[in-house]
Ligand binder design. Structure first.
Ligand SMILES: Nc1ncnc2c1ncn2[C@@H]1O[C@H](COP(=O)(O)OP(=O)(O)OP(=O)(O)O)[C@@H](O)[C@H]1O
Ligand SMILES: [Mg+2]
Length: 385
């Protein structure tokens, strides 16, 4: 078990600054996800925690001990890589046993023929076998023990890679995109398996992914990274519902949040696409406002009035349980995605004009720097009434 704290972690590769003073406090037993687009510095940060990369400045602490100069093997952390990094010439059983043999047996004891004649070999060998058996049962890979990695499916290889990290019973697991080599269906299945494993082990997991859906579904908390900064950290629901930054709002959620230019008049009334919002800004801003509305907060309306805007259907994506309508608005300048019931969407065709309303209170407002602006609560007109 371990609490991991990062204090002002900065990293530059030559002139390229990839981490800008990152602070992060990962609780003991937490499943924390580092999520962000390719190149934002996730793997670098994870490798710094593991000790595989040295930070330019800042401290890594494990349970309040600064470990900056502690070797990776002494940090008691286990890393699972995207490539799995299994030994191709060894069986699954040998792959699982290797980390323990390296840690607990000396060079002579590890020799294939001579090792067994060393004193103490039997006890150590039995302990290794027991740990390997235990892990193989937990991961349900007992039937694969005599195979080599080349004879396994992607999901089975992934399980062996996790198993190899588990045998040492580390204080924390560091995982770098461990599911990205799997096909879509298996990825979804393995998400559930890893979550269940985390619950049963109760060990700290630090999990890197560029897939926002993985972060949303698996984590206790997710840290959204961009360009070497953590923009927001919180429970998945909070990050989704209450993004503090336009880049976070746009990164989290699929399909992406709709963004359209917002208008504001002298009286502080906010509008988008000709529709007035019920709430006003707490602190008035004047220009460059962006309104964000998620597809599930827009809906087809039978009415055409001050509460709706119209647009032309350009594409219809029917997923069976729901449909997404792509609608050109603002004379074709912008486009929004509307979630609809497939039955309701059935009668609309590409090229049709549609009327769209929004769920009150769900619009997110951002200033010209992409920072979230707070709104009055309750809506102004309710106060007046
Ligand atoms: N050893 C290195 N030398 C020079 N630059 C590097 C090195 N390792 C990483 N970088 C650069 O640092 C930046 C962050 O890389 P990193 O691998 O941490 O990104 P990432 O968020 O994990 O991306 P991805 O999702 O593609 O894996 C990138 O611009 C990358 O090119
Ligand atoms: Mg990476």
């Amino acid at each position: 078990m371990a609490r991991i704290t990062l204090d002002g972690i900065t990293k530059a590769f030559g002139n390229l600054q990839v981490l800008n003073s990152v602070d992060l406090d990962i609780a003991d037993g937490e499943f924390l996800t580092l999520v962000g687009p390719s190149g934002c510095g996730k793997s670098t940060l994870l490798r710094i925690i593991a000790g595989l990369e040295t930070q330019t400045a800042g401290d890594v602490k494990i349970d309040d001990n600064v470990v900056n100069s502690v070797r990776p093997s002494r940090r008691d952390l286990a890393m699972v890589f995207q490539s799995y990094a299994l030994y191709p010439h060894l069986t699954v059983k040998q792959n699982l046993a290797t980390p323990l043999q390296l840690r607990d047996m000396n060079v002579a004891e590890r020799l294939p023929l001579i090792g067994r004649f060393m004193p103490g070999f039997k006890t150590k060998r039995a302990a290794v076998d027991a740990a390997v058996k235990d892990v193989s049962e937990t991961l349900q890979i007992e039937h694969l023990m005599d195979r080599k990695p080349g004879q396994l499916s992607g999901g089975q290889r992934q399980r062996v890679a996790v198993g190899r990290a588990m045998v040492r019973d580390p204080a924390a697991f560091l995982m770098d995109e461990p599911l990205s080599n799997l096909d879509a269906a298996l990825r979804v299945h393995m998400r559930a398996e890893l979550s269940a494993l985390h619950r049963s082990l109760g060990t700290t997991f630090v999990y890197v992914t560029h897939d926002q859906a993985e972060a949303l579904t698996m984590s206790d908390r997710m840290a959204v990274m961009m360009d070497g900064d953590i923009l927001q950290i919180g429970e998945p629901d909070d990050v989704y519902q209450d993004p503090k930054d336009l880049r976070v709002a746009e990164f989290v959620g699929s399909p992406k949040i709709n963004t359209v230019p917002g208008g504001i008049d002298e009286g502080g009334r906010l509008t988008f696409l000709g529709v007035e919002l019920a709430r006003r800004l707490k602190v008035p801003a004047t220009k460059g406002i962006t309104i964000g509305l998620r597809p599930e907060h827009l809906y087809l309306s039978p009415e055409k009035d001050g509460k709706t805007f119209t647009g032309k259907l350009t594409y219809k994506e029917n997923l069976g349980s729901e449909a997404f309508l792509y609608v050109a608005v603002n004379y074709g300048e912008d486009s929004v995605i509307v979630r609809a019931d497939p039955v309701e969407a059935h009668d609309i065709s590409v090229g049709d004009e549609v009327s769209i309303a929004h769920v009150p209170g769900k619009a997110l407002i951002f200033d010209e720097d992409g920072q979230r602006l707070e709104l009055t609560h309750p809506p102004v007109h309710e106060v007046v009434a």
